[in-house]
Design a binder for this molecule. Structure first.
Ligand code: SF4
Length: 465
């Protein structure tokens, strides 16, 4: 099972400490996340029923996960009836083998790729390279990180850690088609990438993609994208192989109405995405269509009644754009395809017990991620659940009970109870005598050496006191 990008299990604190020294990285991240955050906030404010849409997205996803096996069986039957080939992969090794086998049986030595987190998750490019097959990324930002021999640091903007000057220098060094005197002008950079990729699109016989959604009732796959590179890959080659996580299933076409409103606004801050491609069966486009339905830890995640909500994620990236931890440490510190708040809850669950143990602790629990999530995943609650699980596994009882308490406080009822308890004990804690005691108690003196317990006013019915 994949252990993350570096191939070794370096913990988040070690990688974050290094990343924090990089001022250029922090500047790039702050500028980029602020821009996307503001764009998102503007287009979300235009939708009067945004909260109802979020709830609908959450409900559809959770209902779909509750009957996943039924919907998957329906998808398989429909996709097959339309002339496609369905493969099942338990893990990344199975999935990579299937892709390589299809390529080699057809004597194919290079493939073009649509941006796909699922293929990054299984380390497909590296696997294909070992088999003598070159996988060429065609999304502009994915191309940038591939040319730089790096990994994406954001699920929507993979090269968010690089600025335009760094990209210009990279293109001059790595792209033969780069014109003399290339500047950092975005149009010039895009035209250089375009010239580099065009020949590949026209000559490639096989493409590899993921999918944003898989519609069970018709056996249809859907990719949403902004650049048109996806449309080229999905239509021009003879063979199309799509690697799709089993949680991407939606029962019916009608469900898409909700997600095609939620996703572009939450990800790129657009009212709708420029390209939405669907493919089912015979007709135009690739003659041979394959889909690989991937587990790779999703079934074990589904078995956790508190953690399974993470599978509702539609990979919009809104949670990382508001996360104070992500903004300072960057995506590479998470050592996972899925960085930021979603990475902190999905990576440890996909990898299983004992892996990515520090990620659930890479959060201040401020709750900003929950507020922006278009499918209302309660990320802080899952973080607390995963922390408690980790502490239990390590026998850390005090932390375990603290996390249980925090989990309780994150529910509306728990918050109400906590408010009442604090109302009663805070006047006692903030009394002069308790302040003095806290300065000598070993358990409290580190904290109270620099701070007093705040004096709290009691709020009673009928007014403030
Ligand atoms: S957890 Fe929510 S906000 Fe974060 S990427 Fe997934 S859908 Fe988007």
């Amino acid at each position: 099972m994949a252990k993350g990008y570096s191939g070794v299990s370096l913990p988040f604190p070690t990688l974050a400490k290094e990343a924090l020294k990089d001022t250029q990285l922090r500047n790039n991240l702050a500028r980029a996340t602020t821009t996307i955050r503001n764009k998102r906030a503007n287009v979300v404010a235009e939708v009067a029923d945004w909260e109802e849409l979020r709830q609908a997205g959450h409900d559809i996803k959770m209902a779909s996960l509750a009957n996943l096996s039924t919907h998957l069986a329906r998808f398989e039957a429909e996709f097959t009836a339309a002339g496609g080939h369905v493969h099942w992969a338990r893990n990344s090794a199975d999935a990579c083998e299937i892709v390589a086998k299809i390529a080699l049986e057809n004597n194919i030595k290079d493939v073009v790729k649509v941006k796909s987190l699922t293929t990054d998750e299984i380390n497909l490019n590296e696997f294909l390279a070992k088999k003598g097959i070159e996988a060429k990324e065609t999304d502009l930002a994915e191309l940038i990180v591939q040319l730089a021999d790096e990994h994406p640091s954001h699920i929507l903007v993979p090269a968010i850690h690089k600025n335009r000057d760094q990209i210009r220098d990279l293109f001059i060094e790595k792209i033969a088609e780069a014109p003399d005197g290339l500047t950092n002008n975005p149009r010039e950079l895009a035209m250089t990438a375009r010239a580099h990729l065009r020949r590949r699109f026209l000559s490639a016989r096989m493409a590899v993609s993921g999918a944003n959604f898989a519609i069970a009732e018709s056996g249809t796959l859907c990719v949403v994208e902004s650049e048109g590179n996806g449309r080229m890959c999905l239509t021009l080659p003879e063979i199309l192989v799509s690697v799709v996580g089993i949680e991407k299933i939606l029962p019916a076409w009608n469900d898409l109405e909700v997600f095609l409103q939620l996703l572009p606004r939450s990800s790129t801050g657009e009212r709708m995405n420029p390209y939405t491609s669907f493919w089912t069966g015979k007709g135009d486009g690739p003659k041979s269509r394959h889909v690989i339905l991937l587990d790779n830890g999703r079934v074990q995640t589904l078995a956790d009644e508190h953690g399974r909500e993470a599978l509702a994620c539609i990979r919009c990236s809104a949670c990382m754009n508001v996360c104070p931890v992500y903004e300072r440490t960057g995506g590479h510190s998470y050592n996972s395809v899925y960085p930021g708040p979603i990475g902190a809850i999905i990576t440890p669950q996909l990898l299983g017990p004992g892996e990515a143990k520090t990620l659930p602790f890479a959060s201040t629990l401020c709750g900003a991620c929950y507020d922006v999530c278009p499918v209302k995943i309660n990320i802080p609650k899952i973080l607390v659940h995963l922390r408690a699980k980790e502490n239990k596994a390590n026998g850390k009882l005090a932390e375990k009970f603290a996390m249980r308490g925090a989990a309780l406080a994150l529910s509306p009822k728990g918050l109400q109870i906590l408010g009442k308890v604090i109302g009663v004990i805070s006047p006692i804690l903030s009394s002069e005598i308790m302040q003095r005691i806290s300065r000598v108690l070993p358990v409290a003196k580190k904290w109270s050496a620099f701070r007093d317990i705040p004096k709290t006013r009691l709020i009673r019915k009928g007014g403030r006191k």
